[in-house]
Design a protein around this ligand. Structure first.
Ligand code: OKP
Ligand code: ZN
Length: 343
C-alpha cells in the first residue's frame, strides 16, 4: 500500500514534558516517524508520497473555528511575550471556574484549549500540525479513489484532540477529520477503530451524539491510565449516537490473549455496522517495551492485528497515532500493514 509522509513533521521538535514529577524530553519526538518511514522503505511496503495541499475546511467540519485559529497563532503569541521554550499551559478552567468566555492572554488560552500539558507549541508546531492533517486527507483521497488501503504517516498524532481542545501530543484529530471527510464525500457510514494503547477521547467526543460514525476503542482502563476522564465501558453514545460508541478498556499487563479477544469483539461490531470505510487509529504503544504504556503485545502480534482488520473486507485508512519504543516502532507499525497485505 501507499504511504503518505512529509518531512515537515521534523520541525515539531525539541519538546519537553512533565512526567513523573520532572521535566523530561518529550516522548513524542521526530525520530518516531523516521523509524516508521525507513521500515516502510526497507520492506518495500509501497511508494512513499508527499501530501497534497488542503484548505482547513475539512478540519473545521470537526473542530471549532476559534480553536483552529488558536492553533495557528499560539506560538507567535507565546514568542511575543519573550519566551522561546515550549509553550505549555499551567492553569485549566476546571469545574468551579469560568469556561464560558474565551480569554485573551496566551497563558489563559493555552489552558482554555487543552486537556493537559502534553501538547506544547514550538516555532514549527503549526506547520507540522497542518502537514499531518494534509497527510491524513491525502491518504483518504487514495482510499476514496479506489485503493483498498492507504497509510497516513501522521505526526503529530490526533486522537486525543477534541472539537475544541488539544492534549496528549495531539492538536488536529486526523482520524476524525478523515472520517468526516469520507462522509462529506458521499460515504453513508464510517467506522473508526482505535487500537492505540490510550483511549481516543477526542474521537469519541467528536462523534458521540451521531450514528453515522461508529467509534470503537481498545485501550488501557481509564481507572488507571491516561486520559483518565473518558474511556469507560458504560460510554455507549448519546441521543442519536446511542449504541454507536464501543469502549473496550483492558487492565495493565494485558497480552495478546485478551487484547486479541477485544480486537475480535471490536471487529465484529464494525462488521455488524457495515460501514463503507474503516479508519484505523494506529498506535503501537501497546508494545511490551513501550516506555509510557502497560500492555504486553509482542512484535509478532502486530501482523495479526492487520490480518484481522483485512478480514473485514473494507476500504481501510490507517492513520498513525502513538508508539514510543522508537527502536521497534517501525517494525511494529509496518508489521500491522504487512499483516493486512497478507505478507
Ligand atoms: C498519546 B497517544 C507520560 C504521561 C502520558 C500523555 C500520553 C499521550 C499519549 N509520562 N502523557 O495516545 O499515544
Ligand atoms: Zn497512545
Amino acid at each position: 500500500m501507499k504511504t503518505i509522509y512529509s518531512p515537515t513533521h521534523l520541525r515539531h521538535a525539541g519538546h519537553w514534558e512533565v512526567a513523573g514529577g520532572t521535566l523530561v524530553p518529550g516522548f513524542e519526538k521526530p525520530i518516531r516517524a523516521e523509524y516508521v518511514r525507513s521500515r516502510a522503505e526497507a520492506v518495500g511496503l509501497g511508494p512513499i508520497l508527499p501530501p497534497s495541499s488542503f484548505t482547513l475546511d475539512a478540519a473545521l467540519r470537526v473542530h471549532a473555528a476559534d480553536y483552529v485559529e488558536f492553533l495557528g497563532k499560539a506560538w507567535d503569541m507565546w514568542a511575543a511575550t519573550g519566551r522561546h521554550t515550549t509553550a505549555l499551559p499551567m492553569t485549566w478552567p476546571v469545574k468551579g471556574l469560568r469556561n464560558d468566555r474565551r480569554p485573551e492572554s496566551i497563558d489563559a488560552l493555552l489552558g482554555f484549549y487543552s486537556l493537559d500539558a502534553g501538547a506544547g507549541f514550538q516555532a514549527g508546531t503549526w506547520d507540522a500540525i497542518r502537514s499531518s492533517y494534509e497527510t491524513a486527507l491525502t491518504a483518504a483521497t487514495l482510499v476514496k479513489g479506489g485503493e483498498r488501503a492507504a497509510f497516513a504517516l501522521c505526526r503529530p498524532p490526533g486522537h486525543h484532540a477534541g472539537s475544541a481542545f488539544c492534549g496528549g501530543y495531539c492538536y488536529i484529530n486526523n482520524a476524525a477529520v478523515a472520517a468526516q471527510w469520507f462522509l462529506d464525500q458521499g460515504a453513508g457510514r464510517v467506522a473508526v477503530l482505535d487500537v492505540d494503547y490510550h483511549h481516543g477521547n477526542g474521537t469519541q467526543e467528536i462523534f458521540y451524539g451521531r450514528s453515522d460514525v461508529l467509534v470503537v476503542n481498545i485501550h488501557g482502563d481509564p481507572a488507571t491510565e491516561y486520559p483518565f476522564f473518558l474511556g469507560y465501558a458504560d460510554e455507549t453514545g448519546a441521543g442519536a449516537g446511542e449504541g454507536f460508541n464501543l469502549n473496550l478498556p483492558l487492565p495493565w499487563g494485558t497480552d495478546w490473549t485478551d487484547w486479541g479477544a477485544a480486537l475480535e469483539a471490536g471487529c465484529r461490531r464494525v462488521a455488524d455496522y457495515a460501514p463503507d470505510v474503516v479508519v484505523v487509529s494506529l498506535g503501537v504503544d501497546t508494545f511490551e517495551r513501550d516506555p509510557i504504556s502497560h500492555f504486553r503485545l509482542t512484535t509478532a502480534d502486530y501482523p495479526k492485528i492487520g490480518a484481522r482488520i483485512e478480514k473485514l473486507g473494507l476500504p481501510t485508512l490507517f492513520v498513525m497515532e502513538g508508539g514510543y519504543a522508537v527502536e521497534e516502532i517501525g517494525v511494529n507499525a509496518v508489521g500491522v500493514l504487512e499483516g493486512f497485505e497478507g505478507r
